[in-house]
Design a protein around this ligand. Sequence first.
Ligand SMILES: *Cc1c(COP(=O)(O)O)cnc(C)c1O
Length: 376
Amino acid sequence: MEPIQMVDLKTQYRKIKAEVDKAVIDVLESSAFINGKPVSDFASSLSLYLGIKHVIPCANGTDALQIAMMALDLQPGDEVIAPSFTYVATTEVVALLKLSPVFIDVDPKTFCIDPESIRKAITSKTKAIVPVHLYGQTAPMEEIMAIAKEHSLYVIEDNAQAIGSDYVFKNGTKKKAGTIGTIGTTSFFPSKNLGGYGDGGAIFTDDDNLAAKLKMIANHGQNKRYYHEMVGCNSRLDTIQAAVLNIKLKKLDEYIDARRTAADYYDKAFASCSKLTTPFRAAYTKHVFHQYTLLLEGIDREGLQKHLEQKGIPSMLYYPLANHKQKMFESLGLKQFDLPVTESLSPRVLSLPMHTELTGEQLNYITSSVLEFINQ
Ligand SMILES: *Cc1c(COP(=O)(O)O)cnc(C)c1O
């Protein structure tokens, strides 16, 4: 059995090596390292795949969020509603732009923001909502969009974890995660479902004016070279990454299937264990399993992690400390946030290896090792 990894990028690479190596060498030969043809090719292919008009590539998923918030002209003091149970990048950029993060709770089943909590958090200063499609499952966008419409709020979907996930509206219409809100953002960090071989990110919108502005902000606020209309930043997807992503995008659906097959195996193996809650799959969306995260009920998490580690099985905590508890936000006086669901999740979550290359043998070994600890 091959050693088990949280994310096995090496085995995946070996399967596409010939194609990737050629594409990278082509970039080296062309020496168009910045804004080479693969970058615009990738933007068009991704916009086709997602069914959205504009895809603006940028340097990483954190920049994508920042550029999105800059393009919406949010002003210092404006309130941005976001979950606390997410990777810190989501709310870090809110604070970086001197906006006020308003942390809300998540649904105990989906781990995505809960529409009721959004309603309660809205004030006259609220300008935007940032749903995070956590672990690969889309947040309840239909409800979120209805609230946003009612209160004239922008919606920025942080889709770093759920690219390729479908969302089905009550009338049967389907849309891809990240294409429903005002703006969608994603990350091509290597371990993400659509990952490059370095950093990368992108921003999506259907709005032509907004797209032009997003593009301008990502390029030092310039429309015409050396004429800068506004303060922007420098955020590009480099050509080598785009060349790799062009190949991996063609495989994205296949990769999602592989993740879902691994998740099915885990679900089945753990189904009769009352001390483990397997990931809930909301009927309105297709879970793309960026992570496979269990909720432990009365299990010594540290002990389980140690047991797994001794058997050569990695596991991770996404995320051990909620955003509103982070020292970085101390000066914002966020102690007043009372988020019981979030606070009950942090000490109980455990993510198991999840990637496109898990074999039946590995899955059997992982699941029996988990159950062995619980049933001992
Ligand atoms: C990975 C991630 C980001 C940030 O992406 P980077 O490319 O690492 O900057 C933002 N939000 C979420 C939810 C993520 O998982």
